[in-house]
Unconditional design. Structure first.
Length: 171
């Protein structure tokens, strides 16, 4: 079977972007690089997020976000979205990004006229892993998949490599 299974791109939503940020924070907190007590929500201030996740100043953060989300927003736009950090919120940032980027949409696999979501999820993950260098013939389904939303967050983090610019990481 061909290892390539296309993943559609659709306009991103603020909710999707927030889930990606939350998952990135969860992973960072689990590895000891972020404050595990920080609850990243729509109303979290950029200042609180920056402190809790040890994020760079707004300029370096903006450059990292342009790269991670595959966009090219000018620094003036980023400054308006991120400063003043105590007044700006993660929700506002999610709105800003949603207007400029896309999100993956996993297509179900059609088998004998029936749409099979789990097969589409498996083939999409298999395709991403093959693109990253894994042997597609060794990738087989063996466990049930988590919710569709969780899988979309996986795709965004894996395909974009999304890990916001942190102060303790090299630039």
């Amino acid at each position: 079977m061909d290892a390539k299974y296309s993943i559609d791109e659709v306009p991103a939503t603020p909710g999707y972007i927030l889930r990606v940020f939350q998952d990135s924070h969860r992973q960072s907190a689990a590895s000891g690089n972020s404050d595990p007590d920080l609850q990243l929500t729509h109303d979290t201030s950029i200042a609180d997020w920056r402190e809790g996740d040890d994020l760079h100043d707004w300029r370096r953060f903006a450059a990292a976000m342009n790269k991670e989300w595959n966009i090219d927003s000018p620094l003036d736009d980023w400054r308006n979205a991120l400063e003043p950090a105590k007044a700006r919120t993660v929700g506002e940032l999610c709105e800003f990004l949603a207007q400029r980027t896309t999100a993956p949409r996993i297509r179900p696999l059609n088998i004998a006229g029936l749409a099979c979501k789990s097969a589409g999820v498996f083939l999409s993950i298999r395709s991403l892993l093959a693109d990253a260098g894994a042997d597609p013939n060794s990738i087989r389904p063996h466990a049930s998949m988590t919710t569709h939303a969780d899988i979309e967050v996986f795709f965004s983090g894996q395909s974009r490599g999304l890990h916001p610019a942190r102060s303790h990481q090299s630039p």
